[in-house]
Design a protein around this ligand. Structure first.
Ligand code: NDP
Length: 251
């Protein structure tokens, strides 16, 4: 269907070499997009590009480095000639008590989860203006809305992602660039496997609170990524859309 067709489009997915990023990349590839997957782990990158096949490349980058963010966009344009869809998905979490975090840990979380989205969006802007349209998809979290005692810097970064999304959407709407956020519920990935091991009762608490009665899997995010990347969402901007099996609406 044309509304969901991404043939000829080029998407850059940070953290696309695993977890939720790879789940979204699978959807974008199935809809016809060419893909650049970015991350630090080359082995995971090669495995992901093998799976997605022709039209998908991995570029090694650390999104906490401004130079890497700028190089990612120029490398995408060098390989595929354009950039239509930017998915700011790379993210990290460090669990701890707020009184114990070092300033360096705070900056690692904020730089990875929030500042990189700003730098990559800035770098992508001229390419999207040139194309006359663009789609930016930022990844928030349930912690964009809720608090958790073991994740204060993470919650600050993900709350920031939603406000960044809203403000950027208003700034670039007349450039025909739509900016939206996805708020995943609890999804089974490397990131949450650590939390499940460390936080007593987390696994059961998530099951009990999620109306769907299960943890999510990365492919649960594929369809929403396609929608937000495709012409189907051309009048949707500044939204923060949960993909959470009902977690955020349960009283
Ligand atoms: P994973 O740990 O599986 O994936 C995180 C990805 O981010 C990896 O591909 C990693 O690649 C990349 N990444 C991390 N730091 C950097 C960096 N400095 N530079 C470049 N890439 C980096 O976790 P998820 O798939 O769960 O997380 C993806 C996103 O979804 C994150 O933003 C996370 O906060 C968010 N999220 C996850 C939820 C969940 O339940 N899983 C819930 C809500 C939000 P590499 O290691 O190769 O650098």
């Amino acid at each position: 269907m044309m509304m969901f067709d991404l043939t000829g489009k080029v998407a850059l997915v940070t953290g696309g070499n695993g977890g939720i990023g790879l789940g979204m990349a699978r959807g974008l590839a199935a809809a016809g997009a060419n893909l650049v997957l970015a991350g630090r782990n080359v082995a995971k990158g090669e495995s992901a590009t093998r799976e997605l096949g022709d039209g998908c490349v991995f570029v090694r980058a650390d999104v906490t480095r401004k130079a890497d963010c700028l190089a990612l966009v120029s490398e995408t344009v060098r390989r595929f000639g354009r950039l239509d869809i930017l998915v700011n998905n790379a993210g990290t979490a460090i669990r701890g008590k707020p009184q114990d975090y070092s300033e360096a840990q705070w900056h690692t979380i904020l730089d990875t989860n929030l500042t990189s989205a700003f730098l990559l969006s800035q770098a992508a802007y001229p390419e999207m203006v040139k194309a006359g349209r663009g789609k930016i998809i930022n990844i928030g979290s349930m912690m964009s809305q809720f608090g958790a005692p073991f994740a204060v810097p993470y919650a600050a970064s993900k709350g920031g992602v939603v406000q960044f999304t809203r403000a950027l959407a208003t700034a670039w709407a007349t450039d025909n660039i739509q900016v939206n956020a996805v708020l995943p519920g609890w999804i089974d990935t490397e990131l949450t496997r650590g939390a499940r091991a460390d936080v007593a009762g987390l696994h059961e608490a998530v099951l009990a609170r999620t109306p769907a009665g299960r943890w999510g899997v990365p492919d649960d995010l594929s369809g929403l990524a396609v929608f937000l990347a495709a012409p189907a969402s051309d009048f949707v901007t500044g939204a923060a859309i949960p993909c959470d099996g009902g977690y955020s609406v349960r009283g």
